[in-house]
Design a protein around this ligand. Structure first.
Ligand SMILES: NC(=O)c1ccc[n+]([C@@H]2O[C@H](COP(=O)([O-])OP(=O)(O)OC[C@H]3O[C@@H](n4cnc5c(N)ncnc54)[C@H](OP(=O)(O)O)[C@@H]3O)[C@@H](O)[C@H]2O)c1
Length: 231
């Protein structure tokens, strides 16, 4: 793995991935909504020996994928990792679903990764590893849903899972592997301090998965520990 592009690279799971990829000598294209506020990321980028480029990327901006493509040209991308995501704040329980909230989450969590992959598919197909990873959630699994609620988030991640499956079919002939991921319930701003999985455990597991997946794994949904999950 030589070059990785990751979105949501300024905090949480994304920032730890940047840290670990850089430590492994991998070039990181770190895409963030607000580069000037990404203090921790800039510290990593300024550390001698790290090859980190900070790029602007707002997943709610339809022009963002074209902006990244213009900045990157034909740069090969071994791993395109759409990690940025939002949980939503307003009520998402049955009886009080806010349609605008659902649509916002679908734009950011499901359609932005699709449009990003469309814009950068050639860059991935021209690389050695040819991997696209979509940071989904077990909350997007229909087979695993036994508790209901969280309509906006669940709908958006279920849609992202469908994006992963379709993309795996559309890109297989170019040798591109597409996987959907559940990072675990992780101790980040989104997961909260009481979550059972540390950021370090999540990221170590996901990077081990990236190192071993092949085309046979394309179109599958994986937990951070490598276990396959039901759609
Ligand atoms: N933590 C968990 O337990 C858990 C469980 C299942 C799935 N996930 C998924 O894992 C991914 C990472 O989450 P996390 O736990 O690391 O959460 P986090 O700490 O809240 O980080 C979310 C990241 O997404 C970025 N982001 C949000 N909206 C964006 C936008 N419009 N454009 C660009 N970037 C945007 C944030 O950037 P800003 O700082 O600019 O907001 C931040 O970097 C998400 O897709 C999430 O759904 C997390």
């Amino acid at each position: 793995m030589k070059t990785v592009l990751i979105t949501g690279a300024n905090r949480g799971i994304g920032l730890e991935h940047v840290h670990r990829f850089a430590k492994r000598g991998i070039q990181v294209l770190a895409a963030v909504r607000s580069p000037t506020d990404a203090v921790e990321l800039h510290k990593l980028a300024d550390t001698p020996g790290n090859f980190i480029t900070v790029l602007p990327y707002d997943a709610s901006d339809p022009a963002a994928p074209a902006g990244l493509k213009a900045a990157l040209g034909d740069t090969s991308i071994d791993l395109l990792f759409a990690n940025a995501g939002v949980m939503g704040e307003r009520k998402q329980s049955f009886g009080s679903v806010d349609v605008e909230e659902v649509l916002h989450l679908v734009r950011v969590n499901s359609l932005a990764p699709l449009k990003l992959a469309e814009a950068l598919a050639d860059n991935v197909a021209n690389s050695a590893n040819k991997l696209i990873a979509l940071q989904s959630s077990q909350m997007g699994s229909i087979g695993d849903n036994s508790s209901g609620g969280y309509y906006a988030y669940r709908v958006s991640k279920a849609a992202l899972n469908m994006v992963a499956k379709s993309m795996s079919n559309d890109l297989r002939s170019r040798g591109v592997i597409t996987v959907a991921l559940h990072p675990g319930w992780v101790q980040t701003r989104m997961g909260g301090a009481g979550a059972p999985v540390t950021v370090a455990q999540c990221v170590a597991g996901q990077q081990a998965l990236f190192d071993r997946v092949t085309l046979l794994d394309s179109g599958h949904f994986f937990n951070y520990d490598g276990r396959e999950l039901p759609w």
